[in-house]
Design a binder for this molecule. Sequence first.
Ligand code: PEP
Length: 251
Amino acid sequence: MRTPLVAGNWKMNGTRASVAELMQGLAGETDGLTGVETLVCPSFVFIQQVQELIGKTSIKLGAQDLYVEAGGAFTGEISGPMLADAGCQYVLVGHSERRALMGETDEIVARKFAAAQEHGLVPVLCLGETLDERQSDATMAVISRQFLAVVETVGIEAFRNAVVAYEPVWAIGTGETASPEQAQEVHAALRALAAKRSAKIAADLRLLYGGSVKAANARELFSMPDIDGGLIGGASLQAEEFLAICQAASS
Ligand code: PEP
């Protein structure tokens, strides 16, 4: 049984005041939802504030990135041990914005995935194809390459304690969502790919969909058999909208 996960990626947004307001809207509200896990991933500077505001509620805390090394002379970077010490349980790795804008390669993403697990964090591995890649029928090749780059580095066993988010780049922040059928096709292919290494791990692996998910389209997406929740960007910045998405994933 896979418990759906709805994760909010706040990206580089917020102020202490807006974070307080957003958390006031969320804290306590998710506790009544059954059969869904809720996660928020604020910017590094808000992690401590969010951790305090989460208090005893069921909301989980995550970060948006980490560095491959555990500590040392890496000015400006944040390590896995720091995130774990700050109360994070999850961390996104390989978000398409980091791959495209910060030059993160499959190799770096795989090292970040391994670093996260080494320090007790659950990695949420993000992968997805660009519009050009979809239009040239390369979707499955790209998804397989991105997924297998991590599997070859850490082994399929590592996916016992990980989440994968399929996020077509053309759907992120564009308002254009993959249809439930388009998303399901990729999710099923990813699960089949994992199943070639371990049927049990593949069956238990949570596969999230991300890309312009909102309250209006969440239920239909989450009703697909291989979609186990969502990674939500823009819509996670509004408490009511995010809660409605969490509601759509709950049982
Ligand atoms: C994301 O950044 O992971 C994302 C899915 O963004 P949005 O929901 O805004 O498309």
